[in-house]
Design a protein around this ligand. Structure first.
Ligand code: GLC
Length: 809
């Protein structure tokens, strides 16, 4: 098996040494204000505010190669008439002659190349809080003779900020875009004269009545020649691998008028042996005056190094709040850097833009977003709270969640899924049964992480009308489910529960939601008890007991929990079924919710291990649906053991790991993690295909000829569930109202590990010893030299800096 790269933990980077990776391996730059996705071959796109409506760089979804075009820098040797690119692609020189290294770091990507005595060093990033991008290029002559080179920076602009218009409405968009050359930069104008012709008319790409401007400029060198027309630069019957202007060694000074705009800037240099030339390309959606200012900022090229340092310290300081050193380096890389970074990326970007998501969704999905918050809770609880408050303000006054929270969400003034306007605007005419119930695990985690008890009483508006405290919001979320119980006394499935492809409708019932509600009632009761609100404690207790009785009576089949009931009485996930007779989520959620009896839990989880587990994780259920299908089991539309149709869906793997740690089975929890740990697949990249440093949405299961192949990189709820399962479950760092509980659940082979954790602004250095090789159990805890009773570090005994010793046994 081939290895394409390795983890550089000290620098928090993944280093790709073989550029011909089995899929484009990507990184994120900037933020959705100015967002950029970049592959290890410099492919990818950029946008302002919206991947779909603010696209700057053109990108062809689902094309081959899968990451073109991008941010290309070509180098041509004028004497040898040979040319290559600073990233291996697009020119794609023979790898026996061309060496490269790509370092994906925290919000920057750096690339090196070596070819025929010339070295390049390229750095791509979006400066912190800025809305343009920087490509810094250093070219060094390692040869013994002077070399004459031409450098070409190339970017292909969209002709319309809306990517669909740009892609398919060519009879319109090709006639609204032009380019200009002004000293050292190409400017692109879209609908340049819109204000003169009465801008703001619908259909024009900029509703405000201003034309759109983009620039691509260079600092640190004089531009010798340029092209502003893509078809001239690339040439007829050619591609990015052999653009005509590069091959001929001269851009043609042609600008775009009624074609495809691009920015191609040619810089001729002559380098003495050992000499380095440094230049900076800058790209953004600005007109000339702003562009000049931006270029001006880089007159002193050291600004780049300062900005890079700034980015690193910004990101590293977040990630450094929780660091672990265990015997498994693949585990460490994920907890310390990549899983945590992916949590921030999914938190910030939601499902907005990737090589699969084009950015068309104009808002935040309720369930995804509320869950994403949990992934960053241990690193940035106050940022988590802000987003949680937004999501609470998107809760309808009837207690349900808005399926889609629009980017311009106006609390108190939104329609509901029952309103035709909301439904038309968002495409969501139905409530989901699970949405608002995600608030419980997220809110309780915030309260326990922060200790900010006052949050419970904070007043937040509902999305449509009225307002209430956080406590009241939670009560109504419960009420929403209680108002919608089915025949067996369990919540109905509505349009979907966590599983987007399961339609149990207004009468069928969902066990997933039943367990969510069970958990919710437990959380609510805990909060009510803390508030000494006996009436509410009693209310929650009674509902919980009744729900529990119903689950026990109707949903337990002796070795498994079923998945649900359709309105005509079919039991989804029953052992009697020919298809989908054992489901993963009801078993894990029976434990996460606190419902299952220990014996029941072990039986069900052993069955999961026997029947659903594979070497690449556990399948969502088995066997896949083939006959039973619509309208209930929409997943039957997917190929077998793929995605929701019995694939190894990644997000539930976090729940699986966590559930095993709750049972005290550290070996199994760790095995499950290792099976899906991206880093552990670093030497099986040909099988997994996607980046070995991030989770994808799903992995193909055993019936697929591509068993083990991963899909839909980066933006997935997996980041948060797995992070929580590692931090709280395996590492066992569990915030409580009163302090921090330490209860690791680890593989018995580990004899020790250590952690650094910040908690409520206190710093803790924690050493865990496991001399008897147990999986779980704490025999002794020492806090700053004093032995504690039990395994809770009380908040009021923590100093600024703390040394903690945990003895397992
Ligand atoms: C996707 C969706 C998520 C859903 C899951 C299972 O990941 O983003 O909302 O829960 O699929 O269907």
């Amino acid at each position: 098996m081939m290895k394409y790269g390795y983890f550089d933990g000290d620098n928090k980077e993944y280093v790709i040494t073989k550029p011909n990776t089995p899929a484009p391996w990507a990184n994120y730059l900037g933020s959705p204000e100015y967002g950029a996705i970049i592959s290890n071959n410099a492919g990818g796109y950029s946008f302002v505010k919206s991947g779909a409506n603010g696209r700057i760089i053109r990108y062809r979804f689902n094309s081959t190669p899968a990451d073109q075009p991008g941010r290309y820098i070509y180098i041509r040797d004028r004497e040898m008439a040979d040319y290559w690119s600073a990233s291996w692609q697009p020119v794609g020189k023979d790898l026996s002659e061309y060496e490269s290294e790509c370092r994906h770091g925290t919000a920057y990507t750096a690339m090196k190349s070596k070819y025929k005595g010339i070295e390049t060093d390229t750095l791509y990033y979006v400066p912190l809080d800025k809305t343009y991008e920087v490509w810094r290029l250093k070219v060094t002559n390692q040869d013994e003779r002077p070399r004459k080179l031409s450098l070409f920076g190339y970017v292909e602009f969209t002709n319309d900020a809306n990517y669909e218009q740009d892609t398919v409405n060519l009879q319109y968009t090709q006639f609204i875009s032009k380019t200009y050359f002004r000293e050292n930069m190409i400017l692109q104008a879209i609908n340049e004269h819109v204000s003169e012709v009465g801008g703001g008319a619908s259909g024009l790409s900029d509703e405000a009545g201003e034309g759109i401007w983009r620039f691509f400029g260079v600092q640190g060198a004089e531009v010798n020649r340029y092209d502003g027309d893509r078809d001239i630069f690339v040439g007829d019957y050619r591609g990015y691998q052999n653009p005509a202007s590069v091959e001929q060694g001269a851009c043609t000074n042609t600008l775009n008028y009624n074609g495809n705009s691009c920015g191609a800037l040619q810089i001729d240099v002559e380098l003495a042996p050992g000499e380095t030339k440094e230049i900076v390309f800058l790209l953004g959606a600005y007109g000339e005056a702003d562009a000049r200012q931006i270029l001006g900022r880089y007159e002193t090229l050291t600004v780049v190094e300062e900005e890079l340092q700034e980015l690193k310290s910004y990101w590293h300081s977040k990630l450094d709040r929780f660091q672990v050193q265990t015997p498994d380096d693949n585990f460490n890389q994920m907890v310390n850097v990549w899983n945590a970074y992916q949590c921030f990326i999914t938190f910030i970007w939601s499902r907005a833009a990737s090589f699969q998501y084009c950015g068309l969704r104009n808002g935040l999905g309720y369930r995804d977003t509320v869950q994403d918050i949990q992934g960053i809770m241990h690193l940035e609880p106050e940022l988590a709270r802000e987003r949680l408050t937004l999501m609470l303000s998107a809760q309808v006054s009837n207690g349900g969640g808005l399926p889609l929270v629009k980017f311009d969400h106006r609390p108190g003034h939104e329609g509901t899924p029952d309103d035709p306007d909301y439904a038309r605007e968002t495409g969501h005419p139905f409530y989901r049964a699970d949405d608002a119930l995600w608030l419980f695990p997220t809110t309780i985690r915030y309260l326990k992480e922060s200790g900010n008890w006052a949050y419970v009483d904070e007043v937040i508006p509902f999305s449509d009308q009225g307002e209430g405290t956080v406590y009241e919001h939670l009560r109504r979320a419960i009420q929403f489910s209680i108002d919608r119980l089915g025949e067996h006394g369990m919540p109905v499935g509505l349009h979907a529960d966590w599983n987007d492809a399961l339609r149990l409708g207004a009468h069928g019932e969902s066990l997933f939601v039943a367990f969510q509600l069970y958990l919710a009632l437990g959380v609510y009761k805990e909060i009510a008890a803390h508030k000494q609100d006996d009436a509410q404690v009693h209310w929650a207790e009674q509902l919980r007991a009744a729900l529990g009785d119903n689950i026990q009576k109707h949903a337990w089949e002796g070795d498994r929990f079923v998945r649900g009931f359709t309105e005509d009485g079919y039991v989804v996930g029953s052992r009697e079924n020919e298809e989908a007779s054992l489901w993963l989520n009801p078993q894990t959620w029976s434990i996460l919710s606190g419902f299952a009896e220990p014996e029941q839990a072990r039986t069900a989880m052993d069955l999961v291990y026997e029947q659903l587990n594979t070497e690449y994780g556990a399948m969502l259920f088995y066997p896949p649906f083939k006959k039973f299908g619509l309208p209930v089991a929409r997943m039957a539309l997917f190929n077998g053991t793929t995605k929701e149709n019995a694939g190894i869906f990644s997000q539930p793997q976090g729940w699986l790991i966590q559930a095993e740690t709750m049972l005290g089975r550290g070996n199994r929890a760790y095995q499950y993690f290792t099976e899906i740990n991206p880093a552990a697949m670093n030497d099986k990249a040909e099988i997994r295909k996607i980046e070995p440093y991030v989770h994808g949405q799903s992995i193909e299961g055993i019936d697929s000829p591509f068993f083990g192949r991963g899909h839909v990189h980066w933006l997935t709820g997996t980041a948060s569930t797995v992070m929580v399962s590692l931090a709280e479950g395996i590492m066992g760092v569990q915030p409580t109202f009163d302090g921090l509980r330490l209860d690791p659940c680890i593989p018995s082979t580990w004899s020790e590990f250590s952690m650094y954790r910040e908690f409520r602004s206190k710093r803790l250095r924690i050493k865990v010893e496991n001399p008897n090789h147990v999986e779980k159990g704490v025999a002794k805890v020492m806090l700053n030299g004093e032995e504690l009773e039990g395994n809770l570090l009380p908040d009021d005994r923590l100093r600024e800096n703390n040394d903690v010793l945990v003895l397992m046994g």
